[in-house]
Design a protein around this ligand. Structure first.
Ligand SMILES: [Zn+2]
Length: 687
């Protein structure tokens, strides 16, 4: 038996919650006038790994004690086994078909959605978020309704440490400070249980996932202990972890019990402790809190009040990631009191299902958002971040349905999963093997393209990303392809790809900034100026638009003073933001500080050794300073990677001749002979 339907009515009979007093106007409040509401989300936390859910080895005393004080929902299910869509549901009370966010990176939660934070803010709550991950930063649409939002992960400038999460101690410190500052709606998100499982010292390394949970529990304990008795507290997992169930290592692709079943507990004055065994959804959290706090509850939310008997047939979940990456059919599930229906890429039935299970599932899946969903253009650093997390960020506008069984692709996915930690040559070999087997594996193709570009093989790279785009067009892939054409010094081709990206995502400032860069390179300065004036006013903090504006100023010969300081600061804090270091170098050079410019270009080449234009610019600066040995050192990699390119040999020949090393100049002169810029061999005359 999966459930006991008796628990819920008993709970309701025994302990109907007292209706809370209507909220007082905000100005009259002191900290004690209204008990705080705290929503804690535990990333990647399986219900069955907490002590209160029966895990004997758990060291989760604080959460267990909390569960004992309130209602523990024994069968709570995530709508999607991924952070962004799952939290979107949690905050809106809407399922993915209606909020429009299906995977990590396909869309941001629309401004038109009304979130729990917005509703509480409108009711006078002082709202505060303290989160621990890139995937819960405010730019995914979660910032709506929050007066303050702590999502600074302290991103180090070292690219390799992007995987680093913000640990729970820092998140809880922020949360405690916010409480002290008077916040009375608090969202606290801890990411530690997400892979890699590396608990801090003092926690189990034998069972590192449990160790992470024990650590989280200790940190949350610091928060829980200062919350007043009458606080309303919700603790929810956003999704679980597969741990090899059906072959899946982590989460995102399949709909198994391990990834869907999450902890959910509700503690609020007037609600007696109990356990609810009916299946419930994370979509139910918002409507439940609205009712508990006596705020207007809309009928047309997908979620229902957790404390009222529900008439629904079952709880909806979906997994679209496989559709986006592999072209698998979308996978959907309806979990009912006594079973589960899985439908899509593979269809199975577990347990006993009500007759209308399939009709219900189809009806939920067929719903659409009340607003236009804006597709999202990810920039290189966002793609990098998501791939480092194991999410594959190349969501097309429409998934291609092939009907292939997702479980067949799990092995492939596992090979790709840890790939980014391997040496480039090994990555390339693996990606090519995967593509031999699955030529339409869009993500593998996209990754191969980006890998080849990072290795300086831009022509090959472009053919891969263009193929990925043909398989399924999306704005991010178009923008990445465009930036490769820019690197190849073909701004005309780049401009076309930026237009393609903007067609699919008209709001993308990254693509817009790229468009400006391409126009500048094409000499279309007037058109570029119109765009910069329009978009930089709208979004003065947008990094790439700032860079485009500075580049335009350099091209126009207009004053560079306003750009020098902000662009140099951007380059230092976000050196991975292409082309921040290069533009900062150009500005410093133009302002007369060649030493600073050289240092910036050297930094650029440490990040991107295959950036040919940066290498050339650095060589020219050394040449002007007559640092001839440095010129040779700078262009040497180009002579190796592009041995047939005459212009590098021309520079080498010229420098050797100037140094009086005629013999060493000779082989270079042979290659560049007859081309523009190739010096004459001394003693020879004529051409
Ligand atoms: Zn998550």
């Amino acid at each position: 038996m999966l459930t006991s339907a008796l628990v819920l009515p008993l709970l309701l009979l025994g302990c109907a919650p007292e209706p809370p007093a209507p909220p007082a106007p905000f100005e009259e409040l002191t900290e004690r006038d209204r008990p705080p509401v705290v929503l804690i989300t535990l990333d990647t936390t399986r219900a069955d790994r907490l002590g209160s859910y029966g895990h004997d080895l758990a060291q989760t005393e604080n959460l267990d004690a909390l569960a004992a004080r309130g209602v523990r929902f024994d069968r709570a299910y995530a709508p999607v086994p991924l952070t962004i869509p799952s939290h979107s549901t949690l905050f809106t009370g809407l399922l993915p078909p209606r909020h429009g966010v299906h995977t990590n990176g396909d869309a941001v939660l629309s401004e038109e959605a009304t979130t729990l934070a917005e509703r509480l803010q409108a009711a006078g709550y002082q709202t505060h978020a303290a989160v621990g991950a890139y995937v819960t930063q405010s730019h995914w649409g979660f910032g709506q309704g929050f007066d303050a939002y702590d999502d600074d992960l302290g991103l180090p400038t070292d690219r390799l440490s992007w995987k680093a999460e913000r640990r729970a101690d820092a998140v809880v410190d922020d949360a405690l400070a916010a409480l002290e500052g008077g916040a009375d709606f608090l969202w606290v998100h801890v990411f530690d249980a997400h892979s890699p499982y590396e608990p801090p010292e003092g926690y189990s390394t034998e069972r590192p996932y449990d160790g992470e949970l024990a650590y989280i529990d200790d940190q949350l304990g610091r928060l829980i202990e200062v919350l007043p008795e009458d606080a309303t507290i919700v603790v929810a997992g956003d999704h679980g972890e597969a741990f090899d169930e059906d072959g899946e290592a982590e989460h995102g692709l399949l709909l198994t019990e391990g990834v869907l079943r999450v902890p959910l507990m509700l503690i609020s004055p007037g609600i007696a402790p109990g356990v609810v065994s009916e299946p419930v959804s994370l979509a139910d959290v918002t409507p439940t809190l609205l009712r508990l706090l006596d705020l207007p509850l809309e009928d047309d939310l997908d979620g229902t009040d957790l404390l009222q008997p529900s008439s629904r047939v079952g709880v909806y979940s979906e997994a679209m990631q496989g559709a986006y990456i592999f072209g698998w059919a979308p996978l959907r599930a309806l979990t009912t009191a006594d079973g589960r229906l899985l439908k899509g890429a593979y269809s199975t039935t577990e347990g006993t299902l009500p007759e209308d299970a399939e009709v219900t599932l189809d009806a939920i899946a067929a719903a659409t958002p009340a607003w236009e969903v804006d597709p999202l253009t990810l920039d290189e650093s966002q793609i990098e971040q998501l791939q480092a997390l194991g999410y594959l960020a190349s969501a097309p506008t429409e998934p291609v349905v092939t009907g292939q069984d997702p479980r067949d692709g799990i092995t492939t996915q596992r090979r790709l999963h840890t790939l980014s930690t391997k040496p480039p040559a090994e990555q390339e070999a693996t990606l090519r093997e995967v593509l031999d087997e699955h030529p339409r594996h869009r993500d593998a193709r996209f990754r191969l393209g980006r890998l080849l570009a990072s290795m300086g093989r831009l022509n090959e790279a472009i053919s891969q990303t263009e193929e990925a785009y043909r398989i399924s067009p999306d704005s991010s892939t178009a923008a990445v392809t465009a930036s490769m054409w820019l690197q190849l010094s073909d701004p005309g081709e780049a401009l076309q790809w930026y237009h393609e990206a903007l067609l699919l995502d008209p709001r993308s400032l990254n693509a817009r900034a790229g468009e400006v860069e391409a126009m500048i390179r094409l000499g279309r300065l007037d058109e570029a100026r119109v765009l910069v004036d329009e978009y930089l006013v709208k979004s003065p903090d947008h990094g790439r638009m700032l860079l485009a504006g500075a580049t335009l100023a350099l091209a126009e010969g207009s004053p560079i003073d306003p750009w020098l300081e902000p662009v140099t600061a951007l380059a230092q804090s976000r050196p991975y933001e292409v082309p921040a270091l290069q533009v900062a170098a150009a500005l410093n050079q133009a302002s007369g500080d060649t030493e600073a410019a050289i240092a910036l270009l050297r930094q650029e080449l440490r990040w991107r050794p295959h950036n040919t234009t940066a290498r050339l610019e650095l060589a020219v600066m050394f040449r002007e300073q007559r640092r001839l040995v440095d010129v040779l050192k700078t262009i040497r990699p180009l002579l190796t990677t592009q041995p047939d390119e005459p212009q590098w040999h021309a520079i080498a020949a010229e420098v050797y001749l100037e140094m009086g090393r005629t013999e060493e100049a000779a082989p270079h002169l042979e290659v560049c002979a007859g081309t523009l810029g190739c010096p004459e061999m001394p003693g020879h005359s004529g051409g």
